[in-house]
Each structure stands twice: as C-alpha cells, then as structure tokens.
Write a protein that binds this ligand. Structure first.
Ligand code: TA6
Length: 301
C-alpha cells in the first residue's frame, strides 16, 4: 500500500470537506489539517502530535522548532508532545527514549467530527503491543481527544488492559510561542512548591509574585491544579493554561547553553518559546486498577 493510498483511504473514512483533511505534512508524515472559523490546527499521526494551533489575526499559540525532526522513531520538537508511560529519562534503563514510548510512534485516527459551534474533535488511539511490552511490560490503551475551536482542549485517557494494577507517568508537554521569554511572566503558581532540575532538584517555595525568566528554567511544581496565565507583552496577549486530572505543572525554558546542546532545537530560538506542561510524575504517578480508565486534560484559552 502506498502512502498516498493510505492518505486516500484515511480521507475516505474521516475527512470533512473544507474542515478536516489528512495530508502529507513535514517529511511526508500524515497530518490532520483542521480549518474552522475559530482556529486552524495540524495534528500528526506520529505521536498524536498537535504541531500547530492558531486563531485568526493572532500569531501561532504553539511553538514549533524549524530544526525539528519529523521522522519515525524520533520526537517532534515543539507543539504538544504526548508523554507516556514515563516522564523524563526512564528510571530503569537509560538507553530507552526520554519521555516515554508513544510520542515517536504512529497513532490511529478513531474519529473526526464537528463538536459544538465552530469546533472539531479528533480522537486518536494507541494500544500496547509486543514492541512496547519489551520496555514497559503492561497492557494499556490510550485515547487522545483533541478539540480545536476558540480553545484547544487535549484529553489523554489511559485504560489498564491488564489483570494487574498499572502505574504510569504522563504529560502534555506543551511548547508555547512567546514574543521574548525575558519579558514574559507566568501567573498562577504563587505559593506553590517546586523542585528545580537546574538547582540539584532542591525544593523551593514560590513567593507571591509571577514567575520571571533570567536563566535556564526547569521546574516541577508540586500538587497544583492551578490555572497558569502566560503574560506576553511583546505579542500583546495572555494565554490561559487550564488543566484537569494533573497534579504537577512543569515550567521549562532551555535558555542559551541547553538550546545550543539540542540538535533539533534552533540555537537562537530559546527567547520565543516556553513550555507549560500538565504532568503526573514522581510522587504523583498514577495507578489504575484492571479495566480502570483515567483522563488528564489541558485546555488552552
Ligand atoms: O519537561 C522539561 C524537560 O523534562 C526538560 O528537562 C528537558 O529535557 C525537556 O523536557 C525536553 O525534553 P526532550 O526529551 O523533549 O528533549
């Protein structure tokens, strides 16, 4: 079966004329192109990766690096990486990819449908298989519902398909486009404790002021359900980042040295991106019983 045939087949089954089409994206990877009066979006089947989200008369909301890989077996740098079943390096095997197994694998389209006024809901699926069981010996099913409209809503549901409890970490590792990180602030995490990965994982308590950025910032905020507000005076906008079913929020900017050290990250791009991530990791890893499902959602306003 050729790539075009499979695109043809996917469009026959899921396309909505003038609203949703499956096309060849970067490096020919299949991509769902969503166009509505409220917003446009691109979702790659590779990693179920939301790569683009933009509303009329506004710069893109998500950051996508020009140097990003778009290749099987490699993560896309930007947009919304879907992280499961471990966050960061694998605790037992450093040779395994950071941030889990599913962001580098092809997901299936389950449905594409209108959702309310001016929105479109795309549902994608991924299930455990022989390959995933080699590095994560559990049976699971993932459902990822992305709703594109005036807001961008992303809901990741994990179902335990085995006969024993399933413990996992997960994250929606969202890269936002900002005008200049040096003038950007983040409100909403005042008073929340965090540990800083660039300060020896020491724990700090945020004061009653917004977060500002003057160096590499890589923080895991603990036990917080708070809404974050990215205040961007350069692009003259505020982005509200709401979440449900997540107890950690990660705030990350690589700054100068780390940006240079990443081959798939443009050296001088660190000022125009900021990650605000909905996460369940470490002490907030999730455990679900056989046949149980659990959902984590991030909503970008
Ligand atoms: O979420 C922040 C973080 O864990 C950072 O430590 C940094 O490694 C970032 O993710 C990027 O990870 P990646 O595997 O996408 O290069």
């Amino acid at each position: 079966m050729t790539a075009n045939t499979s695109l043809q087949d996917l469009n026959t089954r899921f396309a909505i004329p003038g609203v949703a089409a499956i096309v060849a994206g970067e490096k020919g990877l299949p991509m769902i192109q969503i166009t509505t009066p409220a917003a446009e979006a691109h979702i790659y089947l590779h990693g179920a990766h939301v790569a683009h989200y933009q509303r009329p008369h506004e710069p893109p909301i998500l950051y996508m690096d020009k140097a990003s890989w778009f290749e099987d077996g490699k993560p896309i740098r930007g947009g919304v990486p879907v992280i499961f079943p471990w966050f960061g390096p694998n605790p037992n095997d450093a040779s395994l990819p950071a941030h889990g197994l599913v962001r580098q694998r092809q997901w299936s389209i389950l449905s594409i449908a209108h959702s309310g006024h001016d929105a479109v809901a795309v549902e994608l699926g991924f299930s455990s298989n022989e390959q995933t069981r080699q590095s994560f010996p559990h049976d699971f099913e993932l459902r990822y519902k992305v709703t594109v409209g005036k807001t961008l809503s992303m809901a990741l549901t994990v179902t335990n398909k085995s006969d024993k409890p399933l413990t996992y970490e997960c994250a929606l590792h969202t890269y936002f486009r900002v005008g200049d990180i040096q003038f950007t602030t983040v409100d909403g995490l005042q008073g929340v404790s965090y540990y800083s990965k660039v300060e020896g994982n020491k724990v700090f308590q945020t004061g009653d002021h917004p977060i500002t950025f003057t160096a590499e910032t890589d923080r895991v905020y603990l036990n917080t359900r708070d809404v974050c507000v990215i205040k961007d005076p350069i692009l003259n906008r505020r982005i509200l980042v709401e979440k449900e079913g997540s107890l950690n929020t990660v705030v990350w900017n690589p700054w100068i040295a780390k940006a240079k050290a990443m081959p798939d990250f443009t050296d001088d791009a660190w000022p125009i991106m900021l990650c605000i991530e909905a996460v369940n990791s470490h002490f907030n890893a999730q455990t679900i019983q056989p046949a149980e499902s659990r959902t984590m959602t991030q909503i970008v306003h």
